[in-house]
Design a protein around this ligand. Structure first.
Ligand code: TEU
Length: 580
């Protein structure tokens, strides 16, 4: 590959950052975060190393699913600002080298959307066929609902229409009929509209439901005969309108089904897909203190075309889904990290953020982020992860992890000038509250998690191979240790070694194509994590430790890791190819 490829396929490298606008920064003191507030913090994101900002839905909404229930695809929710504010945000982000993508929710609308209102009132209207209907009493579909415990069926009766409409999500989110040409025309118009306003692409919500791919015919006769062909058409349309816009798909399915949604080049469908499988197995590995589950997942991670990319993450804005694990495995993760019923959601996920799950263990938290940033792919952070924010377990459902961003050590967390009780959601209290966790203090503290993650982002910028390389597991004898590398060829690689155990470990990692005596340069290690860990991490010693390793006669490198220790290295090279 050439250096210029990194700007061409920009999504292969960089750092994605997800923001719930209403929870990020309130610029006008009404207690609700807004686009103008977010715009004020673009420099904060630039400093962190963010290259792509992902906005959760900011469209007009009754707000019954945090904005994923949309009443107008062509506007901004007035609580968050105006179209003008959106354009000002996008322009400011672009100026700092940050692209902006937005959630594209096409599986459904709100039941308050004028389309659905009209569809119910008049079966002869064009809008009626925008949705999926059945005239007869539906069979029991309780096993197909996504929100277990909250919904009983994927069909509900519209009294007005005298028929049942399909809704894979909440009852108030009727599914759109994407096989209808008119709906497809609307979808194209929506995509074209936002690209014209400057967006750089979309996070496509709920792709399997939208296209009924991988759901094994959940509904008969949805009429969508060629989902892959259609997704390819959407992608091609988007690329005609904007030559480097992307589609990042939310596809929580096994690898073999995710793989089909990348498309078959040159017919791209999704450019990027979230790696739900590695994420879920990472938690199983953490629960067991063994690298095995994650290693097994990575071994089966399908190779992808150069134009595609995996997006790695350890937390998103929903429940931490564990549905790709077996039932016993999921119970293991629950027992370790969500022991109480209130920590869980829908029987399949966790409502907590990482630091409380790991009981604030700084060394272990940093090991997880080191690992996430060292995996081949493009990493994505959910706002507040860089600070080590916790959750509000008393909040409703998924709102637990969507509490106000903690900017400063005051009662409203620096999020708003409004009083704490007037905020869109309560600020987290206790150990993870703004007194202890806030951006203001974190930025000034060289040993903070924020500065550690900033260093990880910088290490990635120096290591294009982490975005472009393929994943290889490296042989070593310890069950607690994951050794892997991203490699473009034997000459160019970044390897990383992570200890999942609370005990220190020494191991010897085989570097297949290395020669005895080859020198390797350390890119990241515990010393770069800062020294405020709960357990001392020997900062002084590690910081000044020799920054090089040498390959021994059996082509192995000896590595000693602290409890939850980690280390990244790459071939030592001076000159134009070296690390600066
Ligand atoms: O989520 C889709 C969703 O619920 C997935 O988590 C998946 O279906 C689940 O893991 C079951 O396997 C998206 C949004 O992220 C979420 O916030 C919305 O509520 C939902 O779509 C509806 O728009």
């Amino acid at each position: 590959m050439k250096g210029t490829d990194t700007s061409d396929l920009w999504w292969k490298t960089g750092l994605i950052y997800c923001v719930d606008v209403e929870s990020f920064l309130d610029s006008n003191g009404d207690g609700v975060g807004d686009l103008a507030g977010l715009t004020r913090r673009i420099d904060y994101l630039a400093e962190l190393g963010v290259t792509c900002l992902w906005l959760m839905p900011f469209y007009p909404t009754p707000g019954r699913d945090d904005g994923y229930d949309i009443t107008d695809f062509y506007n901004v929710d007035p609580r968050l600002g105006s179209l003008g504010d959106l354009v000002a945000l996008v322009r400011t982000a672009h100026d700092r080298g940050i692209r902006v993508i937005a959630d594209l929710v096409l599986n459904h609308t709100s039941d308050q959307h004028p389309w659905f209102q009209r569809a119910q009132e008049d079966p002869e209207s064009p809008e009626h066929d925008f949705y999926v209907w059945r005239d007869t009493e539906p069979p029991d579909t309780s096993d197909l609902v996504i929100f277990h415990g909250e919904q009983k069926s994927i069909w509900s009766k519209s009294k007005k229409a005298g028929k049942w409409y399909l809704h894979r999500f909440y009852k108030h989110q009727p599914d759109l009929n994407v096989s209808n040409r008119r709906v497809r025309n609307e979808i194209a118009k929506i995509i074209g509209f936002w690209l014209q306003l400057g967006l750089d692409g979309f996070r496509v919500d709920a792709v399997p439901q939208l296209l009924t791919v991988g759901l094994h015919d959940q509904i008969e006769n949805d009429g969508l005969t060629d989902p892959h062909g259609y997704l390819g058409e959407v992608h091609a349309f988007m690329r005609r309108r904007s030559t480097d816009a992307i589609l990042l798909g939310e596809v929580n399915l096994p690898y073999r089904e995710q793989e089909t949604l990348f498309g078959t080049p040159p017919a791209v469908e999704l450019d990027l897909i979230f790696d739900f499988v590695a994420m879920q197995n990472l938690y199983l590995s953490l629960a067991r203190g063994e690298a095995g589950p994650l290693a097994a997942a990575l071994r089966t991670r399908p190779p992808i075309d150069d134009v595609n990319q995996w997006v790695t993450f350890v937390r998103n804005h929903d429940e931490l889904a564990l549905d790709q694990l077996g039932e016993a495995e999921r119970e293991e993760v629950f027992a370790a990290f969500a022991p109480e019923e209130r920590h869980r959601a829908f029987g399949r996920g966790i409502r907590r953020r990482l630091p409380p799950m790991l009981e604030g263990d700084q060394q272990r938290i940093r090991m997880v982020y080191s690992l996430m940033f060292s995996l081949p792919g493009t990493p994505a952070l959910f706002y507040g992860e860089e600070l080590g924010m916790g959750e509000d377990i008393d909040a409703e459902g998924r709102q637990a992890v969507r509490s106000p961003m903690q900017w400063a050590p005051d009662a409203s967390g620096g999020f708003s000038e409004a009083a704490p009780e007037e905020l869109v959601a309560p600020v987290v209290g206790g150990d993870f509250g703004p007194e202890n966790i806030n951006a203001h203090d974190a930025a000034a503290d060289s040993t903070s998690l924020f500065n550690f993650i900033r260093r990880l982002a910088a290490a990635r910028r120096r290591s294009v191979v982490l975005g472009w390389g393929s994943t290889e597991l490296l042989e070593q004898p310890e069950t607690a240790v994951l050794a892997h590398r991203a490699a473009l060829d034997g000459q160019d690689f970044v390897a990383a070694v992570h200890n999942f155990s609370a005990e220190p470990v020494e191991t010897r990692v085989l570097i297949p194509d290395a020669e005895p005596g080859d020198e390797l340069e350390i890119l990241v290690d515990v010393g770069s994590a800062g020294n405020d860990a709960k357990e001392p991490i020997d900062a002084g010693e590690h910081r000044h430790r020799i920054r090089k390793l040498t390959v021994e006669d059996d082509r192995r490198v000896p590595v000693a890791l602290e409890r939850y220790g980690f280390l990244w290295f790459r071939p030592f090279r001076l000159g134009p190819d070296g690390i600066f």
